[in-house]
Structure formats: C-alpha cells, structure tokens
Design a protein around this ligand. Sequence first.
Ligand SMILES: [Ca+2]
Ligand SMILES: [Ca+2]
Length: 223
Amino acid sequence: MARAGRSAGTKQGDRWETPGRAPGDDTLKPLVVCRRAGGQKTARADGYTLVELVVALPIMALALALFLGATSAAKEVRQVQRQNTVVAEEARIVLERMRNEDWSELYALYNADPADDPEGAGTAPGNHFSIAGFGPPGGVEGEPVGEIIMPAFSHALLGWQLREDKKNELLGMPRDLTGDELVDTYSHAGDYTLMPIIVRVVWQGPCGERRLEVQTVMTEYQR
Ligand SMILES: [Ca+2]
Ligand SMILES: [Ca+2]
C-alpha cells in the first residue's frame, strides 16, 4: 500500500523509486530535497553564498582575535600580579635581614663600598641583590634587580661617606642622622642613630619595565 504523500512511488528496500523505473535498477539518483517549484536550487541548500562568506569571515576573524587578545591579556595580568607579590616579599625579607644586623655595621654591610665591609673587603651583601627568576630591563635573568639606597655620598678624595647634608628628596635628606639636631658636613658612618632606607627593585616584566620601591627609616632604638 502506498503511503500518503508518496503515492507516486513504491518502496524498494530502504529506498524510494519513481514510477516507471524497472525493478532492480540500481541507478537511482539521490533525491534533491531543496529545490524550488521551478527546479532552481536555493542558496541555503548548497551552503553559504559568496556575499555571506565575505561578510562572515571578517567577523569571525575579529571575534577570534578578540578572544586570543583577551586570553593573552589575562595571562599577562596574572603574571604581573605574581611578580608583584614575589618582589614585595623579597623586599620585605631584605629589610627584615637589615633590621637583624648589628646596628653599628648596618651602613657598612649594605652600602656600595666593599672596602669597609666588617669581615673584609667584598664580604658584605652590598647594595645590590638578585631575585631568582627575575632579570633587569634589557638584562638577563639572575642579574641584580634590587638596590638598597642610603644617604651615602662618594667623595672624590675621601671615598664613601654617610652624610646629613646631601640632598635626596626620596630619602628626606638633608636631615639629622645623629640625634644632635644638627645637620653638618661630616661623615657619620660611625655614629648614626637614624637611617633612611629605600629598597628599590626594577625588573623586566611581561610587558615592559616594572618597578617597586619600599621606603622606611630605621633607628638604633626602635628596631
Ligand atoms: Ca660595605
Ligand atoms: Ca647630626
């Protein structure tokens, strides 16, 4: 019995054939299901038109670029945040180490002059330090990125001096470093009671130079 809507054909196995086709004829062509009444194919039947592709491809490329850009930016933000955390912790450790030093040796241990190191020339930590996994801008990983800054002044004849009178706005200088309420022109490497300190870290971040500074003032009696 012929089914409704298919009265013009008969079922052969799992195929439908048109009337008049000889039984057993295997030359059956695939049915075209998306033809208009006039026999013309619709655009959707064979995919996208050229106009649709011209419009869609740039939009898809833009969406992909935005997605990749957002992913890359999020990765950089995470890396910057991680580096900031590491650097801040390293700066805190350096300051903590300085607080635990003998007060009378603090300046000699962390200044730029190796000649006055308490245990012999070149034995002190000095005024630079490295952080594992970090490098300076334009440098390589492992090179020093940290600097300890104190009111030190290099005199042409007298060498490094700890001076009250030299201007340094970041350190709040000039100022009295000995507690006598006087600012003089002598070196106070041996009798300071107050020490302004800046720990500065400058490193190569994922998207350029990064910088962190910690400022503090240590005193002989408040450490
Ligand atoms: Ca030194
Ligand atoms: Ca003084």
